[in-house]
Design a protein. Structure first.
Length: 275
């Protein structure tokens, strides 16, 4: 007998994915469209964004691209208004837009780079969630699903990461909990997903040796693929998770389970009598 999976059906739902042009964002958008949702793609990369929207329309759903820099509050407001103008409502929002840096030298990390990263990864995500919630509260029925994309870097400290990125992702997890606490009374579920190292364009900037180390220290034996997020994003966006809110879903192939060790870099310091 065929199982009834209607609890995961998103037909008739509308969704917005920030940073949706490529990588994790594209994977999230694809999963939502595969389940029947109409999906708006917001990104700063117009060419990739248009291509992603076109690929979603091939799945027999509505999709369009709009350019939005999430560090700009006015552009975020325009983004929400545009989605409602085209789709009539907003049911699901995935806040994925973010940037990262490959640097583990916080002692020389520039303040302006810290500010830029926080403006996008944390401030921008908070502003997106704020205006998404306002729209969901105005709708009838009052309800919605907000999914924030964090990282395992918000849970454990990672080699080749830095304080700014880790702090932003950790803050996203706790912000998710606070917003869930506040907005539950509006029937808005707020959860986050923390992926591991994912095969995205950013990963291509790492060395082959580093990627092999990820495989060696991940119980599932491979680097996370964008499509490994299809199930988690669909679960949190659908009726299957209606009684789940304020949670951080770690999807990392078991990478954070065991005692993997990255040797610390040591600086040779001579004995006191030789200084």
């Amino acid at each position: 007998m065929k199982e009834n999976l209607s609890i995961f059906d998103l037909t008739g739902k509308t969704a917005l994915v920030t940073g949706g042009a490529a990588g994790i964002g594209r994977a999230c958008a694809t999963a939502l469209a595969m389940a029947g949702a109409d999906v708006a793609i917001a990104d700063v990369n117009k060419d990739l964004g248009e291509k992603t929207a076109a690929s979603l329309r091939e799945l027999d759903v509505k999709s369009f691209f709009l350019r939005c820099d999430v560090s700009n509050e006015e552009q975020i407001q325009t983004m929400i208004s545009s989605v409602v103008e085209v789709f009539g409502k907003l049911d699901i929002a995935v806040n994925n837009a973010g940037i990262g840096v490959i640097s583990d030298q916080d002692e020389i990390f520039p303040k302006n780079e810290w500010d830029k990263l926080m403006a996008i990864n944390l401030d921008g995500l908070w502003l997106c969630a704020k205006y998404q919630a306002q729209q969901m509260i105005r709708q009838t029925p009052t309800e919605g699903k907000i999914i924030n994309i964090s990282s395992i870097a918000g849970v454990v400290s990672l080699p080749m990461s830095n304080g700014a990125y880790d702090a932003s992702k950790s803050a996203v997890i706790h912000l998710t909990k606070q917003l869930a606490l506040q907005w539950g009374r509006f029937n808005i579920n707020v959860n986050s997903i923390s992926p591991s190292y994912v095969l995205t364009p950013m990963m291509s900037r790492t060395t082959l040796k580093f990627r092999q180390r990820i495989r060696d220290t991940t119980p599932m034996g491979h680097i996370q693929r964008p499509e490994d997020l299809y199930g988690p994003i669909l679960y949190l966006a659908s009726a299957a998770s209606d009684y789940m809110t304020g949670q951080n879903l770690i999807v990392d192939g078991g990478h954070t389970l065991g005692p993997w060790i990255e040797p610390a870099r040591k600086r040779e310091i001579p004995p006191p009598n030789q200084r």
